[in-house]
Design a protein around this ligand. Sequence first.
Ligand SMILES: [Zn+2]
Length: 286
Amino acid sequence: MYTSLLLAIQVLSASQNKLSVHWEELTAADFKDGIARAQGTCLLPFGIMEKHGPHLPLGNDLLNVRYVALNAAQQEYAIVFPEYYFGQIFEAKHEPGTVAYSRGLQLQLLQETTDEMARNGCKKIIIVNGHGGNNSLLPFFAQTQLEAPHDYVVYVLGIARSGPGEPKHKTNPATDMHAGESETSVSMIARPDLVHLDRAPQESGADQARLKLPDGLYTGIWWYARFPNHYAGEGAAATRELGDFEAKTWINGVVQAIRGVKADQESLRLQTEFYERSKHPLETPQ
Ligand SMILES: [Zn+2]
């Protein structure tokens, strides 16, 4: 009786000593310890709320990117910011369930979020992107950090799930972009309970190629022109084998990013030097 009580106390205190990687699960005192343990490195997994073909949940990108970020942070400690899905998704406004905040708010909210993270000790913030529609927004946001001085660094990690040794794909990778074989496979690992594979063939994810423009000429309606069902690829081709490989590759990429960022002492130093020089450009040696 006494031994089992002692064991229970030991188990309890061990679990209390283990710092959660979830920002929202930490006490204020544990948050301070977490920031120290993370060396000021925090993750902002960035999802979206949009249709994902006929077979995946609206929050698919949020669920997958959080699965990846949380697993990575458990391997290499970092504090993970709560659910964030306030990105660029105007191209899906014609579909049910899309939440598309205005352009100005996307940038302002992201700036205030990273400012608040930094005020709380996150001096190195890795935005882990989980949504292809943010691929222009996030590097632009990072570039604009040079507009005014900051005492922290924003890093952006793109979606990278492929790598050497990858199981063979059944469908064409060139059009496997949204709720197709690759993404559906990862969802089968992150949240298998939310994948309705039997519904995947109910709509077409084929490229309808309705614009005839020269290469290199961009216009915002390109996505709708090609994939009006907001579905690109064939989800029915997904397998757990491919998902397992791609999820592990993605997690490993985030782990490497956390380690690289923890080791990086140059970015903040150079940023600070740059802000200082920007105040007096005529004093910059020519
Ligand atoms: Zn997606």
